[in-house]
Design a protein around this ligand. Structure first.
Ligand code: F0G
Length: 433
């Protein structure tokens, strides 16, 4: 499909060629989005093609992103695709989590099954492919960890140099280790995510480095495939709700755009409601939607769910649009609620990183308040793998986890490891022989 970039601001809507390396509208400064010039697609043929591609061994077809390439803006550039066979993430039933959340049934779409362990891979395959298309040699991002891990991997796979900027001391070791191992030049800056993003934007312009944060509209395009694949896996039956954690709000923007496109082209008839969950200490979007008025950032965001420790989310105008269009809601949850919900996801044999567990904590609140009903059909998106932040898990289960104010988090679903002597008698007695 023919595609262009368009200013997201409704009063401007200026269009730009798809091959222009811009992240904001040069006229008004607003965010950019990809728009397609065609308004129809053969829906039944596309559904059949996408299903058939699942059994094909070609790289493009095996990717859970590029399989849906008819709805991505890369026509004529498929030979430049950089893929690590991302996507293909499962839908998992989680009865225990459903009970905890106050639902009859709950399904997780687990993006932690991706090559670098988070949903960022869905977007990064497109972002790095766009860098190749533009002939760029260096890419950069600021990250709370997952974007940097993903960018480092895809850049190295493509033979590009990558530079990651991360907040010093506020990213999990699992993610930092990935960036190092995948070969990114890793700069730990003494500032928070929002401050570093401002810094990186200046440097990217000055040094001609291609920026791969979620302000990059091609990342958003790739992340749409999470929804395409989800609907394909459900035979195009949308759920009542899709629940996701909100940080920089790129994923919320991508999910909403994907749902609108699927509805407008005729793949789905009903629009699921988006429920965006933020951590209490980093909840500017929640505050904004709840109280109205001007958007106010949180100067010093705080949460142990470091992935969503963001006080000034760049994509809030897009996210607001998508939450509004989908009749969605925004909720916030405490550190204790995130930690307990995370343990419950673990008890389902599924596991996830702390930010992802905000979804289940949010569902529990939304059913208690009656916004979500017990019988609703709900899919929660687990954004990151359980092994991203083992330190958090160990501390929770051993009663050592403290919130950012230094208050202890109670291990209500804790599972302490037990030290035993090297003695079969003693161990058998202990295990209740
Ligand atoms: N969950 C995880 C595991 C994340 O890594 C992120 C964002 C989010 C949720 C929030 O998604 O920003 O689209 O609202 N991580 C970014 C990073 C910011 O740098 O890795 P969002």
């Amino acid at each position: 499909m023919l595609a262009e970039l368009a200013c997201f601001e409704q009063k401007c809507r200026t269009r730009f060629p798809i091959g222009e390396a811009i992240y904001n509208c040069p006229n008004c400064g607003a965010l950019l989005e990809v728009v397609f010039s065609e308004d129809s697609i053969n829906v039944e043929a596309a559904k059949r093609t996408w299903r058939e591609r699942r059994t094909c061994n070609q790289m493009l077809d095996q990717s859970g992103v590029w399989r849906y390439r008819e709805l991505l803006p890369f026509d004529g550039h498929h030979h430049q695709v950089v893929s690590l066979r991302e996507g293909n993430t499962p839908l998992l039933d989680a009865p225990r989590a459903a009970r905890y959340g106050g639902l009859d049934r709950l399904t997780f779409k687990h993006q932690g099954f991706n090559p670098t362990g988070s949903f960022k891979d869905n977007g990064m395959t497109c972002g790095v492919t766009q860098a190749i298309r533009l002939g760029r040699k260096r890419v950069a991002c600021v990250s709370t960890g997952n974007t940097s891990a993903s960018m480092a991997a895809y850049a190295s796979a493509a033979g590009l140099d990558s530079i990651v900027f991360i907040p010093h001391g506020n990213i999990s070791y699992g993610k930092l280790a990935q960036a190092l191992d995948y070969g990114a030049r890793t700069l730990q800056v003494e500032a928070n995510f929002d401050q570093i993003l401002a810094l990186v934007r200046i440097l990217a312009d000055r040094l001609g480095i291609y920026l791969l944060n979620s302000i990059n509209p091609f990342r958003i395009e790739g992340q749409k495939s999470i929804i395409f694949e989800m609907m394909d896996q459900r035979d195009w039956n949308p759920p009542d709700w899709i629940v996701l954690p909100g940080g920089n709000l790129g994923n919320t923007s991508a999910f909403g755009k994907a749902l609108r496109e699927l509805r407008d082209f005729g793949f789905i008839r009903k629009m699921p409601r988006l429920a965006v969950i933020q951590a209490e200490g980093a909840a500017p979007f929640f505050d904004f939607v709840r109280t109205g008025g001007a958007f106010r950032s949180v100067p010093e965001p705080r949460t142990l769910a470091t992935a969503i420790r963001i006080g000034d989310p760049v994509s809030w105008p897009k996210a607001l649009h998508e939450v509004t269009v989908s009749c969605g809601v925004v909720e916030r949850v405490t550190e204790q609620e995130i930690a307990d919900a995370k343990a419950i996801v673990g008890q389902c044999g599924i596991g996830c990183e702390p930010a992802s567990a905000a979804t289940l904590a949010g569902i529990r609140k939304l059913t208690v308040s009656g916004i979500m009903s017990e019988s609703d059909d709900v899919i929660a998106v687990l954004t990151g793998n359980v092994l991203k932040d083992p330190d958090y898990i160990y501390r929770y289960h051993t009663g050592q986890l403290k919130d950012p104010d230094g208050n202890a988090i109670a291990p209500q679903y804790g599972n302490q490891p037990v030290v035993v002597p090297n003695d079969p008698e003693a161990i058998a007695r202990m295990l209740g022989e």
